[in-house]
Design a protein around this ligand. Structure first.
Ligand SMILES: [Zn+2]
Length: 61
């Protein structure tokens, strides 16, 4: 069984213990789910500071 985790810094969702993007530890304590497919045109991406496409958590503890 794989546990889905999220990065504490960039909030990228992954099943790795370390974020594949920034190397920060990931956490199982996260909430919300956001799939970014066109970050350059997204107002949400600007608001939450996402600068690449992918799956993100909205809150990570
Ligand atoms: Zn990260």
């Amino acid at each position: 069984m794989s546990t889905i985790k999220a990065c504490k810094i960039c909030r990228l969702i992954t099943d790795e213990d370390k974020c594949p993007r920034c190397g920060e530890k990931t956490s199982r304590e996260w909430q919300g789910y956001l799939i970014m497919v066109n970050h350059s045109r997204s107002e949400i991406a600007k608001k939450v500071g996402i600068d690449a496409n992918g799956k993100y958590a909205l809150k990570v503890r």
